[in-house]
Design a protein around this ligand. Structure first.
Ligand SMILES: [Zn+2]
Length: 119
């Protein structure tokens, strides 16, 4: 009945931004590690090691925060972990960005919007 009114739940709960931020942090970390390798080749080991450590923290930290924080506000089901575990390798991000109902408790964006002021 109300499918047209249901919005992707990740965006409705304001977690799409968090996913993008964590992805950007991870990607920046990856670029930093690549830069560190280049600097190491050019004979700048101290700067390279510093960048490598910072990059490694970003690579691990971005996805770690996303895995922990992207979750259902009602049943606390970790949506990102669910997507990675249940969906195939090409489909998890598509599912995560588009799903409208929590697989754990059935929370939808409509219910979510009604309760928004309670938080
Ligand atoms: Zn839920």
């Amino acid at each position: 009945m109300s499918e047209a009114n249901e919005h992707p739940l990740l965006r409705a709960t304001d977690q799409a931004r968090l996913l993008k931020t964590c992805g950007a942090i991870g990607a920046t970390g990856l670029a930093t590690v690549v830069l560190a390798a280049v600097l190491l080749n050019r004979g700048l080991p101290i700067i390279a090691i510093g960048l490598f450590v910072a990059g490694a923290i970003a690579i691990l930290g971005g996805p770690f925060v996303a895995l922990r924080q992207i979750a259902c506000p009602r049943c606390k089901m970790p949506w990102l972990q669910h997507a990675l575990g249940e969906k195939d390798i090409g489909g998890w991000l598509h599912w995560l960005l588009g799903f409208t109902r929590c697989p754990g408790c059935g929370l939808s964006s409509e219910i979510r919007l009604e309760n928004k002021n309670k938080m």
